[in-house]
Design a protein around this ligand. Structure first.
Ligand code: NI
Length: 467
């Protein structure tokens, strides 16, 4: 089939026989287009098999060892199902030019498949230490003539790399395509909630995907949800909130991240200050330690490379590096304590004093981590993100923003959730508890009070809405 596409004619080649990938979340992932199969077979995409989706979370939820490869296939599959529904029920026509234009199909499917292609091992922790950026790398992998992904996209249509990259950058001309891949309720989140919940072995992230795929619709050049699907959408928003609180922001998982961050920092310190003493050859990490790396260096990194270096660092002569590596390999996360704005400085000073008294190097045995998320928000005219709200559409065409229709969602709309913690080695915990730190003894009480006032707040809010 030859398709007219903004003045460019290119070939959509179908495989002689549909290909499927068996998936625990979506059952079958269906591949009909040759370009999709070719992209999956590139070295850059295959690399995602070696990068875990949830980083250090598998130290807490041991089933959560799934890769970014499976998540990327899942996002592709959800996008494919949505588009199939759009084509059948809401195609563009003279009467409805604002509905789904199927000439966007390949761009949308490629963007869905490649949206996370730039992720590296332990993304956020690694990025903090070595100044890399997975979003910039995603763009580079799609745009650089050095990659197999770029060659395949270009071979299909010379403008395809730019189009796919612009969907991921949120600058593409068709807002519907952007919203399918990145918005409050998009194929990316729809997949990761179900997938992360499945592999973590929790039931928080589950919601009725089939129903959501049934009620999603393209209209006014935007994506809406039928009002009748409100409860399915509500359930999805609640699931997302619960996954953040229970899985993504898990304090122990963050304790492993803080440990990893200090460990990489120490390796960097040793490399810069006493390279002759380091026994482990770390060729693949060297360009990043030298701050002189390119795209190809980046593509060699994965969880296994980093894991094998950490394993070997246990045998280094530097006592801090070998100790931190031992703690990481054998799952001895840094322990944490909640802090509030009022007691933060006092607590940090006290904990750092204990660390110093006990002979720990504070730069490598202390950490601070702040994790916050707004589970749902209504429209923010000045937001830099594409679309912050979810809109429902009634049978008569009236648009209703989700929190106006759902009491459940309205109870946490616009509210930030999360906490701020400090991290330190577990063995000094009892000593911290023994210290006569005024704010520490009242800390637990404070958290309870804060929780209680929040409960009162929400109850009052709901009562106001009900009566
Ligand atoms: Ni993703």
């Amino acid at each position: 089939m030859t398709v007219e596409h903004y003045g460019t004619r290119y070939k959509e080649v179908s495989l002689s026989r549909e290909k499927v990938f068996r998936d625990p979340v979506h059952d079958y992932i269906h591949i009909r287009d040759e370009i999709i199969l070719s992209l999956i077979n590139t070295r850059e995409f295959q690399r995602l098999r070696r990068i875990r989706q949830l980083g250090t979370s598998s130290y807490i939820f041991h089933g959560a060892e799934h890769s970014r490869f499976s998540h990327s296939l899942g996002v592709y599959e959800i996008t494919r199902r949505i588009i199939n529904n759009f084509v059948r029920n809401f195609p563009v026509s003279d009467e409805h030019p604002d509905q789904w234009d199927d000439r966007e199909r390949i761009v949308a499917l490629c963007a869905a498949l490649l949206h996370d292609i730039g992720h590296g091992p332990f993304s956020h922790t690694f990025e903090g230490i070595f100044n890399t950026d997975h979003e910039a790398m995603t763009r580079a992998i799609i745009m650089s003539p050095e990659t197999e992904v770029n060659a395949i996209l270009r071979g299909f249509d010379e403008h395809l790399p730019e189009k796919v990259a612009s969907v991921i950058d949120h600058t593409y001309h068709n807002e519907q395509v952007i919203q399918l891949i990145s918005s409050q309720i998009d194929a990316d989140r729809m997949d990761y909630l179900l997938r992360d919940a499945y592999f973590a072995g929790v039931s928080y992230g589950t919601y009725d995907l089939t129903r959501i795929l049934r009620v999603i619709r393209p209209q006014d050049y935007q994506i809406y949800f039928d009002f009748s699907g409100m409860h399915a959408v509500e359930d999805y928003v609640v699931s997302r909130y619960q996954m953040y609180m229970q899985v993504y922001f898990h304090p122990v998982s963050r304790g492993m991240e803080e440990l990893l961050s200090n460990l990489l920092d120490r390796a960097k310190y040793c490399y810069e200050n006493k390279p002759e003493e380091m026994k482990t050859p770390i060729n693949l990490l060297k360009p990043f330690l030298d701050n002189d790396w390119g795209l190809i260096d980046y593509l060699y990194l994965d969880d296994q490379v980093l894991g094998s270096y950490i394993n070997q660092w246990q045998m280094e002569d530097d006592p801090i590096l070998s100790d931190l590596a031992y703690r990481f390999m054998n799952r001895h996360p840094l322990k944490s304590m909640l802090v509030s704005e009022e007691n933060r400085q006092e607590l940090i000073t006290a904990v750092q004093q204990i660390l110093a008294d006990r002979g720990y190097d504070v730069s490598f045995y202390f950490g601070e981590n702040s994790s916050f998320d707004t589970p749902y928000d209504f429209f923010k005219p000045y937001s830099t993100k594409t679309k912050t709200q979810i809109d429902l559409i009634t049978k008569t065409g009236q648009i209703v923003e989700l929190s106006q229709a759902s009491l459940l969602v309205s109870s946490f709309t616009g509210r930030e959730r999360g906490d701020h913690r400090i991290y330190f080695p577990r063995e000094i915990l009892s000593e911290i508890r023994q210290k006569p730190i005024e704010s520490l003894t009242v800390e637990e009480k404070k958290v309870q009070d804060a929780y209680q006032s929040e409960v009162n707040d929400v109850t009052q809010h709901i009562q106001q809405r009900l009566f």
